[in-house]
Design a protein around this ligand. Sequence first.
Ligand code: FES
Length: 171
Amino acid sequence: MGLLRTLLIGRSSGLRSRICQRLRGAKAPPASPDRGTSGTPGENAGWGARPPAAEPALGLSPEAPKDVTPPSGYEVVLHKDALPAGRVVEIIIGGTAIAVANVAGTFYACTNTCPHAGGPLGEGSLQGSLLTCPYHGWIYDLIDGSCKTNPDIVLTMYDVVVEKDAVCVRI
Ligand code: FES
């Protein structure tokens, strides 16, 4: 039953579960300390900071700068200091779920949906530029979107710029 629930609505602290909880008006559950999300953004950290088009920030601090005008076509997704190096987070922006990662100080953004079977990549683990999907372990290189597990697959990547303190993504 636990596996079926995970496949249908994701993990209890995952993005889909948090969306359901928010729709029900419930408070998001505290992060599980064994998953390295105790109050700081990171693997499986969840919500992103909130620019006008993004979902509300839950746990990412500092919040996205509100005084930054992103380049044309870009949206502010989070404060550059809200996501430490080596961490990845899910963010919904303009109705699209993306995963944003900090690879040694350089930010990358890709679809949050794993091409294999829809796993939430923003809940994956990051080692260097390699992002591992939490569902079945497919590995993607965020430098170029290549899939190390299946060379026929290329991850959808989004352009990222850092404007002042704001990480901006072009969806
Ligand atoms: S859903 Fe990502 S590896 Fe299967």
